[in-house]
Each structure stands twice: as C-alpha cells, then as structure tokens.
Write a protein that binds this ligand. Structure first.
Ligand code: UD1
Ligand code: CA
Length: 462
C-alpha cells in the first residue's frame, strides 16, 4: 500500500511581490519547498512526493527533478482544481495521500508520520488537520457534529456570522484514501462566490457516507503558511531562535545570538564560539573550538578544529585546523586551505589549494592556484590567472617565498625552494632552488634633483 504526498505549489504568492515563486522563497537561506520535499523524504510512510506546479514552474523542474513527480496546473482555479491536476499519478487506489500546501515549511517529518498513523489507526476515510486559533482570521472554519465527525469546512468569505465564531480552522493538511479522492475530486463544483474549485468542499461531499476525522495540531508554527514577507520573517525569526537555543544548550557559545543566523542543515560542534553578525548557511560544518565572527558569512563550507575566522566571507571551501582567516578575507569556489595557514587582511582566494603552514597575510589575490606547504605570499602578490579570454593555472611547490607585489603570470610553475624577488613580474617557470628577479635594475642619477629644480645643494645641513 503506497502513501503519496501531494504538494500544492502552483500558486503565485502575489503578496510576496517577488520574482521567485512563493514556495521557493528562502527561510534561513533555504527555499521553503526544500523543507517540504525533505520532510517527505524523511517520512516513514511517504513513498512518493507529487509536486503540483504552475506559476514559474521552471524553478521547480530545475531544482527538484529526480526527487519528486511533477503535475502541472496551468491555470490556478483553486485548491480542488490543483488536486484534480495531479490525481492521474495516484496509481495505487488502495493507498492514501497526504495533501499539504507548498508554503508550509516547519511541519516536521515526525508530526507528518503521526498524522498518517492516526488516520490509519482510527480507520478514517479522510482526516482534516486543524488548529485552534483565538483569532481565526481568514482561515476556513471546521464544522463538526457532536461525535467529532467533520461535516464541512466553510471558507471565511462564505461563512455566516455564527460560523465565523468557530475557532477550529483548516490547516489545508489532509490525509485521504486514494480511491475516494479519485471519486470525490470530480464532484467538487466551482464556488458560487469565487468560481474556484475548493478542495475543502470534499469534506461535505464525503462526510454524508464516510468517516471524516479531525487531527488538531497544537504547535501552530508547524502549520504556518507563508503568504507575505512579514510572515516569512516571523517564521525565520522563530526558526533562528530555535536553532540558536539548541546549539547553545549543546555547548556552542553565541555572542548576541539575535544577530546570528545558522541554517537548519549546518553542523556546529560543541566548543565553537560564534560572534555577532555572523551567517552560517547551507550544509556548513564547523568543528570544535573554532571561533567564527564577528561579521562573517560562511556558506556551504567546512571549518576544521581551532580555526579563527573574523570579518570574512568563506564560500564552498574548506579551512584546515588552526588556520586563521581575516579580517577581511574572501575564500571561495572550492578552495582548500591547509592547516596552520594565515589568510589575512584583504586577501582573496579563489578555486585554489594552499598547503599547510603557508601565509597570505595581506592584500594578495590567489586564483586557480595549487600551492604547496610553507609558501609565503607577500603583500600585494597576485597570481595573474586571466588574460581577458581564458583562465590559467599557477602551480607553486613547497617552501616558496614570494616577495611583495609579485605577479605570477599563469600558466606558470614555480618549483620547490624558490625565492621570487619583490616587485617581479614572472612569466616563465622557475626551477628548484632558484632566486627569480624580473624587474629593472635600479639606476641612480646623482644630484639630478638640483639640476631639475635649479637649486643649490647645501652640503652642511642635514
Ligand atoms: C486554504 C483553505 C482554507 C485554509 C487555508 C490554510 C481552500 C479553499 N481553503 O485557503 O480552508 O484555512 O488554506 O492556509 O482550500 N494553490 C494551487 N493552485 C490553486 C490555488 C492554490 O496550487 O489554484 C496552492 C497555493 O500555491 C498554496 C495552497 O494551494 O500553496 C493554498 O492556497 P491558498 O490560496 O493560500 O489557500 P487559502 O485561501 O489560504
Ligand atoms: Ca494560504
């Protein structure tokens, strides 16, 4: 018996005023739909996720192919119509379907499974997940009989004064038997007021002959949908605080945690200190006793033990044990920094490897470079990797000392045990053990100053 998850994500999300579809809006730098799809990948019951897309569907095809089955709703004619567009994928008529809006990020896999379990255990034909709200706002109201059978859902727009007093509301999360869904979805008629097909109407249609139960979800954050930027921000703040609290209780030190954002997928070991205004996102890993921040962004990167990173940006890269990055360094594009390395003030490292015990302490650019151990990049040294058309590689051996303001014009290879004199522009490979100097010899024209300015040299003073 198969369980499907049916995700409604065809809507435009007009109120976000964003050029990305609402369900792709980021919460702590991760698109809402990623939370949704991952939930079903982690669920014990869900076998297949069907994603109903429409508005900006290309985004979903690009980011989620191989993980979900797609259904398309070209015109958004309501939630009932959306489900109708996907039911041809429900091959197993004996199974059940978990229906959920695509804009609800925080529902956990555990609660998902609990809902499905209860649906099965109670022998429901349809389970409607509800919540109790002091202020029921625009939500659909749940109308029940005395035995707890759900009789119908009335949309706020269509509700009478008395119905509007009901505090139990629809979360838009349901579990339903496939055979019945296939049959009843076609019975839904367009709403008289809005001409939309309301999925909620299936409740009244089924409840006359079948068992329709309610599952009350107490943690309303788990059912919260995102309709505008204010709600997105509120959810983000809630999640941020939850993650930070968990990390702190697990032994991570945070200075001004309200200014620190850590993604749900980051792994931060106990003993790490994170200082203010720091963002750690994606699947970053920070190993124990490292100090990160202040004012630092770490994206999808691995930071080994006892590393210090201050006022810097590290993206898609790895930093080895006891290294010191910053202030104001930028390390990106799959760079690998060894142990005990210093990448300091205003240095950029792009798509490069730097071996253990090396230094690039100030104002260097290291791009498309493979550098060995104990390499010193002097202040202002540059690996010149781009000729305006192509990118080229620089290869540097171990124990190389590169003086200040050196240009290494790639493609180029510097062997082990080499010294490059300050101010050199190196265009040819340098052999092991050599000193390379590539600059004009200094010329001194004595007393030129006096001739030039027509002044007399005073031999006595100074
Ligand atoms: C819906 C419910 C309401 C419930 C509320 C909870 C209906 C008629 N009403 O109202 O009872 O209290 O959710 O948040 O179902 N969508 C499509 N195609 C469409 C229309 C919507 O895919 O044609 C998707 C949207 O992208 C969204 C979800 O369905 O993810 C919910 O749609 P929305 O318009 O937000 O429904 P509500 O009016 O909030
Ligand atoms: Ca909604």
């Amino acid at each position: 018996m198969k369980t499907y998850a049916l995700v409604l994500a065809a809507g435009k999300g007009t109120r976000m005023k964003s050029n990305i579809p609402k369900c792709a809006f980021p919460i702590l730098d991760k698109p809402i739909i990623e939370y949704v799809v991952e939930r079903f990948e982690k669920s014990k019951y869900v076998d297949e996720t069907i994603l109903i897309v429409g508005y900006k569907k290309e985004y979903f095809y690009e980011h989620l192919s191989n993980r979900v089955i797609f259904a398309e709703q070209i015109e958004q004619k309501g939630t009932g119509h959306a489900v109708k567009c996907a039911i041809h994928h429900l091959e197993d008529k004996e199974g059940q379907t978990f229906i959920v809006p695509g804009d609800v990020p925080l529902l956990t896999p555990e609660l998902t499974d609990e809902i499905i379990e209860k649906h099965l255990k109670e022998g429901n034909d349809l389970t409607v997940c509800t919540m109790i709200l002091d202020d029921p706002l625009q939500y659909g109201r749940i109308i029940k009989d005395s035995k707890g059978q759900v009789l119908k859902i009335v949309e706020h727009k269509n509700a009478t004064k008395k119905e509007r007093l009901v505090k139990e509301v629809n979360t838009s999360i349901y579990v339903v038997k496939n055979g019945l869904l296939l049959e009843y979805i076609n019975k839904i008629q367009p709403n008289e007021l809005t001409e939309e097909y309301y999925l909620t109407d299936i409740v009244e249609l089924m409840s006359a002959n079948y068992k329709v139960g309610a599952f009350v979800i107490e943690d309303t954050y788990q059912t919260a949908g995102i309709n505008d930027n204010k709600q997105a921000s509120a959810i983000e703040e809630y999640l941020k605080e939850k993650i930070n609290n968990k990390l702190m209780l697990n032994g991570v030190t945070m200075e001004s945690p309200q200014t620190i954002r850590v993604s749900v997928d980051a792994v931060i070991e106990p003993g790490v200190t994170i200082k203010q205004n720091t963002i750690i996102n994606g699947k970053s890993i920070i190993k124990k006793n490292s100090i990160i921040g202040p004012n630092t962004t770490i994206m999808n990167s691995k930071i080994d033990e006892e590393v210090i990173v201050e006022d810097s940006v590290i993206a898609n890269s790895t930093i080895g044990e006891k290294s010191y990055v910053g202030p104001f360094a930028h390390i990106r594009d799959l760079s690998v920094i060894g142990k005990n390395v210093r990448v300091g003030n205003f240095t950029e490292v792009k798509n490069s490897t730097i071996g253990d015990d090396s230094f690039a302490s100030h104002h260097a650019y290291i791009g498309d470079t493979k550098a060995g151990k104990r390499v010193n990049f002097g202040c202002g040294s540059v690996t010149v990797n781009f000729d305006g058309k192509e990118k080229y590689q620089t290869v540097i051996g171990n124990d190389v000392f590169i003086g200040c303001n050196v240009n290494l014009i790639a493609p180029i290879k510097i062997d082990d045990d080499v010294i490059i004199a300050a101010g050199s522009t190196i265009t040819e490979d340098v052999k092991k053990g050599s000193l390379a100097i590539a600059r004009n010899r200094q010329e001194v024209k004595e007393d030129f100053y006096y001739k030039h300015f027509n002044k007399i040299k005073n031999e006595n003073n100074k």
